[in-house]
Design a protein around this ligand. Sequence first.
Ligand code: MG
Length: 203
Amino acid sequence: MIVCDFEGTIYNEAKLRRDFRRVFGSFDLDFETIFRKTAKHGHFCLEALNRTSLKKSQKARIIQECKKLIGNGSVYVFADAKQFLQKNLGKVSILSYGSSEFQKEKIVGSGIAKFIKQVEITQLHKRESKDLFLKADIYIDNDPTVLQEISQSFNKIKLYLIDRDNKCDVIPDNIIKVKDLAEVKNVESRRIKTKKQKDRSKI
Ligand SMILES: [Mg+2]
């Protein structure tokens, strides 16, 4: 089974954040300031707005606008990710970190549910999702720290780092760095081909 992170790997969180900034801006509010005050572990969720002193009616309108964006969330799915999920139909499970209600809404709104096997949303370290990792052959994430933690707890899983902006230079040898999910397929098919060639040379 393939296990795949959601935000930044399948879902263009940066684009959603830009759109949220626009919505908050239309109410003369600065999303980033509110985000800094309310986000836990760097993750923003709409429930966090309840911790602000915004007026109830204003909060409701912002939430409505943001939910509209999330509801039409197919625009936030990276093209390579959609293709990857279609090609690996029913084989990919999603492991997402964050507030469960907010993450669920994003995943449902993104329209990828029909391609995937299962979704697990956690507010713990991802490595705690043991049941999922014990069944995994491949794990894909855009966060090198998470990948290193997984590699220490589960040494049989092939690990891929999605580095879309080519920001991560130093990564351990056991983590394969790729530009996007299309490259995961390429690396995998190359690996299979090499194995086939080796098998052939044995005969
Ligand atoms: Mg991520």
